[in-house]
Design a protein around this ligand. Structure first.
Ligand code: G3H
Ligand code: 13P
Ligand code: ZN
Length: 305
């Protein structure tokens, strides 16, 4: 069933498990997400970025909504990184049940003001809201505390931001970054900061940039002719720990981009004569399903729906 973000995330925060929010850009991605969640009895979120809305528009939103409505587990349709009040409202008009307003690059005051506007409008329509405080970006473990503080989320500010805005869930900067190159070896996550923010707040916290960039997938990508540099993602154990401390929504896009490309490449590499899109995109869907299953198990949402 199609539900709001809070319907899914509030129980996750209380139960100390994470719910994956996967980016979707087409039908096959959406099927892999929702069918795997149903198989594992897991709540899940499907998110479209503004880029995805530009690409798939209402057509794609309707596919996701229809699949969510028919799903045997709770599914929310979420706007990822909404850049303005207008963008958030547009998504609500399109039928999204959860929206993110990302004004994190503005001053604290401007971010809070813009977030509050979106919260008021969204709540009037029964939609729940994610906002962001702090700046996303990889940090090296050896960086001194002052430098980390400069862009990672400050716990006191998080408390004040939540009070000022009424945001339903909050994305915090904890050292993760978007994409397939999150640092060398095991990227550093500031667990102590998550724990402190978790203790001082009660709303669900959100981790962006949470792809694992699994070594096996990277290897298969290369094996099928793909080129990728020194890729690295967030370690499974680090995500498990983060969910113990208050992270309830875990954003994943890169892993599905890699997995779908692996599926496509492997089919075409092994069968240069193949041109049936169902064989090509079906293989992408299968590899994505494997990666999604792994993530849902890591986050502990399996069996929660
Ligand atoms: O955080 C960004 C997501 O990975 C979405 O990326 O804007 O290219 O769709 P996109
Ligand atoms: P990844 O690039 O790690 O998949 O993060 C995606 C994300 O945060 C989308 O908002
Ligand atoms: Zn993000």
């Amino acid at each position: 069933m199609l539900v709001t973000g809070s319907d899914i995330l509030v129980p996750a925060r209380a139960g100390q498990y994470g719910v994956a929010s996967f980016n979707s850009n087409n039908m096959e991605i959406t099927q892999a997400i929702i069918h795997t969640a149903e198989k594992l009895r897991s709540p899940v979120m499907v998110q479209m970025s503004e880029g995805a809305i530009k690409y798939g528009g209402q057509d794609l939103a309707n596919i996701i909504k229809d699949m969510a409505n028919r799903a045997s587990v709770p599914v929310a349709l979420h706007l990822d990184h909404g850049s303005s009040y207008a963008s958030a409202l547009n998504a609500i008009r399109m039928g999204f049940t959860s929206v993110m307003i990302d004004a994190s690059h503005h001053s604290f005051e401007d971010n809070a003001a813009e977030t509050k506007r979106v919260v008021e409008a969204a709540h009037a329509m029964g939609i729940t809201v994610e906002s962001e405080l702090g700046r996303l970006g990889g940090i090296e473990e050896h960086i001194v505390v002052d430098e980390k503080d400069a862009f990672l989320t400050d716990p006191d500010e998080a408390v004040r931001f939540i009070e000022l805005t009424g945001t339903d869930y909050l994305a915090i900067a904890i050292g993760t970054s978007h994409g397939a190159f999150k640092g060398k070896g095991r990227p550093y996550i500031d667990q102590a900061r998550i724990a402190k923010i978790g203790e001082m707040t009660s709303i669900p916290l959100v981790a962006h940039g949470s792809s694992g960039v699994p070594a096996e997938i990277v290897q298969r990508f290369r094996g099928a002719g793909g080129e990728i540099g020194e890729a690295a993602g967030i370690d499974d154990d680090d995500l498990r720990e983060a969910c113990q401390h208050g992270i309830a929504k875990v954003n994943v896009d890169t892993d599905l981009r890699l997995a779908s490309t692996v599926g496509i490449r492997e089919v075409l590499f092994a069968n240069p004569k193949e041109f049936d899109p169902r064989k090509i995109l079906g293989a992408a869907r299968d590899v994505m399903a494997q990666v999604i299953e792994h993530k849902l198990r890591v986050l502990g949402s399996v069996g929660k729906a």
